[in-house]
Design a protein around this ligand. Structure first.
Ligand code: ZN
Length: 559
C-alpha cells in the first residue's frame, strides 16, 4: 500500500468532520437544507483551520447528484471528481501563485459557460487578498452580475486586505484558530487509527507547536512518526523539533525561587551550549510565568491554559513560589530583556544579568506590613511613649506600596474547608485568640505568605468551631487572597493540625474600623512624586534608607 500523508488521508469529506468550526459548518448545513445558496462566500481565518477543505465540501454539497445537500454522498460522479480534484466544474485558483492573474482572466472568459455536468460552476479562490488590483477589478465585474450558475468561494487569512467591494458581495464565515486541546484530541484519534503510540504530553507539545493549524499538526505528526517510529514520546518530539524542554523552565524557575543564582547561571550556560536561541527561551519563560499568574488568579485556569493534566500538576506545584505581584515584576523584567535583545547587546550577557536580577529580586512587600512588623517589634523592645522617631502616633504615614502589588480581583466564594473524620473538640474564642500568634508561626513553616496575611487578621468570633477573622480597612486584598480555594484548603488543613480538631474559618473585612493597626489611614488617590514625598516625610525617608528600599507606587488603603 502506498504511503499517503496524514493530512490528505484524513482530510474531512463531510461538514461534521471539520475540526472545531461548528459555528461555520452548522450555518452552512442549515442554508443548504433550506436551499438558501449565495453566489459568493468569503471564508476567513488563520492558516490550516479548514477553509479550503470546507470550500471543497461545500462544492460537493452543491454539485452532488443528491444536492444541494448538507451531506454530499461521496459516491456520485460529481463527488468523486471533486474528491480527486478532477472536476471541470470546480476550479481552484491560488491567488498567491504567479498564475493567479492569468487564471482570473481565464475565469472571466469561462464564467459564462454552463457547467459541464454539475449544477454549478464553482470557483474556489484561495488567498484572495493576494490578487493584484487589476485581477480584483476583473473579478469584481463578474461578481457584480454573477451568472446564476456560478458560485464563488473566497478564502483568506487577511480579510482586511480584501476590498470592501468583494466583502460586501459575499457571505462571510470566520474560521477560528483550533485550540490545543481540540487539536490534540484530533491527533490522538488519528494516531489511534494509524496504530501510532504517543503520550499525552507529546500530543500537547505537537498541538502547541502547530499553533492552531490542523494542517501543521498533522504534518508534525507525520514527521514525528517518520522520526520516532510507532512510539512517540515527548522527549522525541522535543528532540526532533528542537524545542526547549518544559522541565528546563520548571528547574530554572525553581532556582530563581530558591534565590540560587549559581544554579540558574549554570542553566544559562547549558542553554547557550545546546544552541538554543535566547529570545526563544525568553518567550517560553514569560509564558511560564504567565501560567503561574493565571493559576494564581483564575477560577477556571483549565480554560485559559492549554495544558495536559500532568503539565497542569507541575505548574500547580510552583504556584506558591511567588506572589502575583512578584510574578508581574518578573514578567516585566523578561519583556524588558526581550526588547533589549533587539538592540544588539550580547544575548548571553543579557540573559546572565537578568537571571541574576530575577534570582536576587526582593519580594514585594507592602510598606504597611513593614510598619506593622516594626510596630510589633517596638512594642516588645521599647517602653510605651518612649517617643520613637519613626512611629510617632501623630504622624501616620499613608500606606505606600514599596513595590507595585497587583492582585486581580477574585470573585470566588469562600470555599468550605474540607473536614476530615477526626474528632471534634470544642474550641472557644479565648483559646483561639491566645493561640493565634503561635498558630500563625506554625503556618509560616508551610506557607510564609499565608502566615503573613493571617498575622494581620483579628479574631472576631469563634462559634460552633467556626472562626470568624477580620481584616481591617486595608485588608480587602488579603481577604481575596486567603479565600482562594487552594489557600483555604491549606489554612483548614493547618488549623486542624495545630488545634487538633476540625475548624472552619471565614473572613470578613471591616472598612470602618482601623483595627489594631492604628497607623493605617485611607490613602489619597493623588499622583505620586517620590522625590517630594521623601523630602516631606522624614519617617518615610528613614524607612526607605533603612531598608535600602525603593518607592514604586502608592496603594490605596482599601485596595
Ligand atoms: Zn454526491
Amino acid at each position: 500500500m502506498s504511503y499517503q500523508v496524514l493530512a490528505r488521508k484524513y482530510r474531512p469529506q463531510q461538514f461534521d468532520e471539520v475540526i472545531a468550526q461548528e459555528h461555520v459548518t452548522r450555518t452552512l448545513k442549515n442554508a443548504l437544507k433550506s436551499g438558501r445558496i449565495s453566489s459568493g462566500y468569503l471564508f476567513t481565518g488563520p492558516r490550516g483551520t479548514g477553509k479550503t477543505t470546507t470550500a471543497r465540501i461545500l462544492a460537493k454539497a452543491l454539485n452532488c447528484a443528491e444536492g444541494p445537500t448538507a451531506t454530499p454522498c461521496d459516491k456520485c460522479p460529481s463527488c468523486k471528481e471533486i474528491i480527486a480534484s478532477s472536476s471541470l466544474d470546480v476550479l481552484e485558483i491560488d491567488a498567491a501563485s504567479n498564475t493567479g492573474v492569468d487564471d482570473i482572466r481565464t475565469l472571466r472568459e469561462n464564467v459564462r459557460y454552463l457547467p459541464t455536468s454539475g449544477k454549478k460552476r464553482i470557483y474556489i479562490i484561495d488567498e484572495v487578498h493576494r490578487l493584484s488590483g487589476s485581477a480584483f477589478d476583473a473579478l469584481l465585474k463578474t461578481l457584480e452580475e454573477p451568472p446564476p450558475h456560478v458560485v464563488f468561494i473566497f478564502a483568506t487569512t487577511e480579510p482586511h486586505k480584501v476590498p470592501e467591494t468583494i466583502r460586501s458581495r459575499t457571505q462571510r464565515y470566520d474560521f477560528h484558530r483550533v485550540s490545543v486541546s481540540d487539536l490534540s484530541t484530533h491527533l490522538k484519534n488519528i494516531a489511534d487509527s494509524e496504530k501510532i503510540e504517543i503520550d499525552e504530553n507529546a500530543l500537547f507539545t505537537i498541538a502547541r507547536k502547530a499553533d492552531g493549524s490542523v494542517r501543521d499538526g498533522m504534518s508534525l505528526l507525520d514527521q514525528m512518526s517518520a522520526f520516532a517510529g510507532e512510539k512517540i514520546t515527548v522527549q522525541s518530539v522535543i528532540e526532533a523539533l528542537g524545542l526547549i524542554e518544559r522541565q528546563f523552565y520548571f528547574d530554572y524557575v525553581a532556582a530563581i525561587a530558591a534565590k540560587d543564582a549559581s544554579s540558574a547561571l549554570d542553566m544559562v550556560k547549558k542553554l547557550v551550549d545546546s544552541g538554543i536561541e535566547i529570545p526563544e527561551f525568553c518567550q517560553g519563560l514569560a509564558d511560564h510565568f504567565r501560567h503561574l499568574l493565571i493559576l494564581q488568579n483564575s477560577n477556571n485556569p483549565e480554560k485559559l491554559l492549554e495544558l495536559s493534566e500532568s503539565e497542569m500538576e507541575s505548574f500547580r506545584n510552583q504556584v506558591d513560589y511567588f506572589t502575583s505581584g512578584d510574578v508581574l515584576r518578573m514578567i516585566r523584567i523578561i519583556t524588558d530583556m526581550t526588547a533589549d535583545l533587539k538592540s544588539g547587546i550580547d544575548p548571553r550577557l543579557l540573559l546572565e544579568t537578568n537571571t541574576l536580577k530575577l534570582a536576587t529580586m526582593e519580594s514585594t512587600v507592602l510598606f504597611e506590613d513593614i510598619l506593622a512588623h516594626l510596630a510589633d517589634d517596638e512594642d516588645i523592645e521599647e517602653e510605651p511613649g518612649s517617643g520613637s522617631d519613626l512611629f510617632g502616633t501623630t504622624a501616620a504615614p499613608k500606606p505606600t506600596a514599596v513595590h507595585p502589588v497587583s492582585e486581580p480581583a477574585m470573585d470566588a466564594p469562600p470555599l468550605e474547608p474540607t473536614v476530615g473524620p477526626s474528632e471534634v473538640r470544642a474550641i472557644n474564642m479565648p483559646m483561639v485568640q491566645t493561640a493565634w500568634p503561635e498558630y500563625v508561626d506554625h503556618l509560616k513553616r508551610s506557607n510564609p505568605m499565608l502566615s503573613a496575611l493571617l498575622a494581620m487578621a483579628e479574631i472576631k468570633e469563634v462559634r460552633d468551631n467556626i472562626i470568624t477573622a477580620v481584616f481591617f480597612n486595608a485588608g480587602g486584598t488579603s481577604k481575596q487572597v486567603v479565600e482562594k480555594p487552594h489557600y483555604m484548603s491549606i489554612i483548614s488543613e493547618s488549623l486542624r493540625e495545630y488545634f487538633k480538631t476540625n475548624l472552619k474559618i471565614k473572613f470578613e473585612v471591616d472598612l470602618n474600623n482601623k483595627g489594631k493597626k492604628e497607623h493605617k489611614s485611607p490613602a489619597q488617590p493623588e499622583k505620586i512624586d517620590t522625590e517630594k514625598l521623601l523630602e516631606e516625610d522624614d519617617k518615610l525617608r528613614n524607612i526607605v534608607e533603612r531598608f535600602e528600599g525603593e518607592i514604586v507606587g502608592r496603594k490605596k488603603a482599601d485596595d
